[in-house]
Design a protein around this ligand. Structure first.
Ligand SMILES: CC(C)(COP(=O)(O)OP(=O)(O)OC[C@H]1O[C@@H](n2cnc3c(N)ncnc32)[C@H](O)[C@@H]1OP(=O)(O)O)[C@@H](O)C(=O)NCCC(=O)NCCS
Length: 133
């Protein structure tokens, strides 16, 4: 993406965390996590009733290259989401849109306490949700 696109994305008010392989600024980028407010998708295949006013938060996470497949994701997500949620007034709800054909992501999000609350749509996407109390 261009710098302009990055700055436009920055206007959405996301909270962003980066994982590098060094404690100083010279480290290589190993992963990015962001969390923020985003409206629950309108879908007709929710398997339970979710209040869109409550389920307002979401996150996305990406590890790069050599950082993958080492079991890092759970520890990093726990720290990042723990920090993000600690700044919110509880209780709050969070939802995730996950590709049903992405087992590592699905497994990771379920380990983070999220449960599947929708069917699989035409694009292969599932919605997961959880409460933070
Ligand atoms: C999704 C992602 C963050 C996972 O990170 P990771 O550190 O490489 O994943 P892990 O090695 O911790 O594996 C996560 C879990 O999935 C499991 N897993 C991995 N591959 C699997 C497969 N093919 N089938 C089933 N489970 C699988 C792992 O065993 C692990 O579970 P465990 O901790 O109970 O053993 C990383 O692959 C990534 O950045 N992907 C691209 C971006 C993305 O898809 N982000 C998620 C949506 S926002």
């Amino acid at each position: 993406m261009s710098l302009e696109q990055y700055e436009a994305w920055g206007q959405k008010g996301r909270t962003t965390y980066v994982l590098t392989d060094s404690v100083d600024d010279a480290g290589d980028l190993c992963g990015i996590f962001w969390a923020g407010q985003k409206e629950l998708p309108h879908r007709t295949d929710y398997t339970e009733s979710l209040d869109p006013k409550f389920y307002q938060h979401t996150y996305a996470f990406r590890l790069y290259g050599p950082a993958r497949g080492k079991g890092l994701s759970h520890a990093v997500l726990t720290v990042c989401m723990g920090d993000y949620v600690s700044r919110l007034t509880l209780p709050v709800g969070a939802w995730l849109e996950v590709n049903g054909l992405n087992p590592p992501a699905l497994r990771m999000d379920q380990k983070m306490g999220y449960r599947v609350v929708s069917g699989l749509n035409d694009q292969g996407q599932l919605i997961l949700a959880r409460r933070y109390d």
